[in-house]
Design a protein around this ligand. Structure first.
Ligand SMILES: Cc1cc2nc3c(=O)[nH]c(=O)nc-3n(C[C@H](O)[C@H](O)[C@H](O)COP(=O)(O)O)c2cc1C
Length: 181
């Protein structure tokens, strides 16, 4: 059975990205093993660019990234749920991606889903998606679905029945794809 890892890239605890991820993973966990990481609740230092990880295969920094790196390695599917900031990713989310550099040559072959939330328009959301797609391409991870939603205030997703329904549909397609494999 495939293992699903969800990562919320928002600094806002209990905001749209976390609520959406929780919705999807709550649906999935009835059928598949899941793990969740909310960057808003993690202590992760900035990547200091030392590049030593490329020699030794791990990061010298001691923080919550160690457990996330372990989960990324053992997951089959990564769902990233994040707000759009200035047509890109929040720094806290980008830093998580930068800190996965120790795994660069060993997480290829997994699959990914992208959920983004923003207050602007499709153009803005698509730019953030492209940034994530580029990351996954470098990691040799196939993006199986990307979905963007309008959301501004903290509870916009929680209060939007249409978005919640769409998240349930996305969950169902994930469950169908991975529960047998
Ligand atoms: C610094 C900052 C920059 C933002 N830039 C964008 C943007 O470029 N495009 C957009 O659609 N929304 C933008 N937003 C709005 C957030 O993406 C939106 O409020 C989102 O729902 C927040 O998700 P969260 O509740 O998971 O944190 C920005 C918000 C902040 C705080």
């Amino acid at each position: 059975m495939k293992k699903i890892l969800g990562i919320s890239g928002s600094p806002r605890h209990n905001g749209n990205s976390e609520v959406a991820l929780f919705r999807v993973l709550s649906n999935c966990e009835k059928h598949l093993p899941v793990a969740t990481f909310n960057v808003s609740q993690m202590n992760v230092h900035l990547c200091d660019g030392c590049l030593a990880c490329e020699e030794v295969g791990y990061c010298h920094q001691k923080d919550d990234m160690a457990s996330l790196l372990k989960e990324i390695e053992s997951a089959d599917v990564i769902i990233i749920s994040t707000p759009v900031y200035f047509d890109g990713l929040p720094a806290i989310c980008k830093n998580i991606l930068d800190r996965t550099n120790p795994l660069c040559s060993r997480i290829g072959g997994k699959e990914a889903y992208i959920l983004t939330f923003g207050q602007a328009d499709e153009t803005s959301w698509e730019r953030a998606c492209v940034s994530l797609e580029n990351y996954f391409e470098v990691m040799n991870i196939a993006v199986m679905g990307k979905y963007s939603f309008y959301a501004r205030e903290k509870n916009d997703v929680a209060n939007n029945v249409e978005i919640l329904k769409k998240l349930d549909t996305i969950s169902a397609s994930i469950i169908e794809r991975y529960q047998e494999g």
